[in-house]
Design a protein around this ligand. Sequence first.
Ligand code: SF4
Length: 213
Amino acid sequence: MLTVNEIFYSIQGESTYAGRPCVLVRLSACDLRCSWCDTPYAFYEGRKMSLDEVVKEAESYSCPLVEITGGEPLLQEEVYPLMDRLLASGRTVLLETGGHIDISRVPAAVVKIVDVKCPGSGESDRNHWENLERLQSHDQVKLVIRDRIDYEFARTTLSRYRLDRTCEAVLFSPVHVVLDPKILSEWVLQDRLPVRVQLQLHKYIWGPDARGV
Ligand code: SF4
């Protein structure tokens, strides 16, 4: 069984897939508490569903793109057969993970979007740094940036792990309504960083507090 917070069909909001129609499967529970977390409702709320039920509901939208997110999806053992089943059906599968759990068991065909937690999250000591050595060329790394301290941490991480050479994209995402995207963009341009400044598209389409869209 899986504990599922919600399954819905919407526009993918973060990553190089942003803007594409996508089925999102949000699994419940997380063992981090990022200061800016925008899905705290996923910490505890959820319904038990069998693997077959989750696959059936995800496939009911006839969408070739599925994202598994959370909460922290890698906390549930059955996420691995879920990824296998969705891949076997021919879908492109994205996995968003907080970056503190080993990603080495994730099927190679899954596009992993791996967070690196900056100091402003309050969880940077939980980063599982070995994950950054296991990235594949189609994977992406996301750093949510709250202030200049976070930006400098992100810049150092980019350079130390040469992330722009090892994965598809490095996403620098300002904390919504906390760090002005213009300021982050200016920093990136000044330093000529090979990253992608990313806004959370779904918040601009549906509103910052909308759920299930
Ligand atoms: S890892 Fe994600 S779900 Fe968990 S607290 Fe951080 S932002 Fe929220």
